[in-house]
Design a protein around this ligand. Structure first.
Ligand code: B12
Length: 214
């Protein structure tokens, strides 16, 4: 049987190759050999997507390749994610509403954050992607949520978060607001008045649990 490093490498490679079958096979092997499913997702599948992001930026791959890579990532995730959820079993700490902001259809990172929040005992209402800013407000009220999490991956879409922050604060008193996505950082989060920022899904869950005071 292959060792952990080899399996993590296979997961990463399967995403880079956009090979769904290979991603499922490597995910099953990770399960069979007892690799921590969370590690397999973050250091295998997500690492492959991050590498594709780098290649895209260097113009060594294009949008169609990114799309097949994301399909492979989701195929592997379908095997591994239920196991992360099953191993979690944390006590309920609160409710969060999450979504990718208006104009933004990037949802891989958002979905990983959702998974880590759920594992940490936070109930998550997922609004999906390209979510109108007003819909976030309505959903938080509907769910009586404690936390609003917004994801944005483009310099053009992060602006809505900045613009709507005063409205969120006014209409959702007491609700903690977290933001994340590649163009964002702690500095912008502080400047715009967000309560929290997370560089990755693990960090997002840690910050969320802290904000909920759990
Ligand atoms: C994959 C990808 C796509 C896929 C998306 C598939 C999907 N279902 O999500 C597809 C091919 C569809 C796509 C399309 C486009 N894309 Co694109 N895409 C990417 C790419 C390569 C990777 C993003 C990704 O999935 N990363 C992997 C995940 C795991 O990381 P992540 O998203 O950063 O999330 C982590 C953290 O940021 C954090 N996090 C994320 N959300 C949140 C939320 C909270 C609350 C917290 C706390 C933390 C947190 O935790 C996550 C997990 O660890 C990036 C490049 C990059 N470097 O980001 C470009 C990129 C974002 N895309 C870009 C562009 C331009 C586009 C297109 C316009 C291209 C085109 N010409 O058609 C379109 C349309 C996009 C739209 N309207 O939204 C640009 C944006 C440029 C800009 N303006 O800033 C980028 C930066 C590439 C580039 N350098 O040009 N894209």
């Amino acid at each position: 049987m292959a060792d952990e490093a080899t399996i993590l490498g296979q997961l990463k490679q399967a995403v880079m190759d956009g090979d769904e079958d290979a991603a499922v096979a490597a995910a099953n092997e990770a399960v069979a050999t007892g690799v921590d499913p969370q590690k397999a997702i973050m250091e295998g599948l997500a690492a492959g997507m991050a590498e594709m992001g780098r290649l895209y930026e260097e113009e060594e791959c294009y949008v169609p390749e990114l799309m097949v890579s994301s399909e492979a990532l989701y195929a592997g995730l379908a095997v591994l994610q239920p196991l992360v959820a099953a191993s979690g079993k944390a006590a309920k700490k609160g409710t969060a509403v999450i979504g990718a902001v208006q104009g933004d259809i990037h949802d891989i990172g958002k979905n990983l954050v959702k998974m880590m929040l759920e594992v940490s005992g936070i109930e998550v209402v997922d609004l999906g992607r390209d979510v109108e800013m007003e819909s976030f407000i309505a959903a938080v009220k509907d769910a009586n949520a404690d936390l609003l999490c917004m994801s944005a991956l483009m310099t053009t879409t992060i602006i809505a978060i900045k613009d709507y922050m005063p409205e969120f604060k006014a209409k959702l008193p007491g609700v903690k607001i977290m933001i994340g996505g590649a163009p964002l950082n702690q500095h912008l989060a502080d400047e715009w008045g967000a309560d929290g920022y997370g560089e990755n899904a693990m960090e997002a869950a840690r910050v969320a649990v802290r904000l909920l005071g759990a």
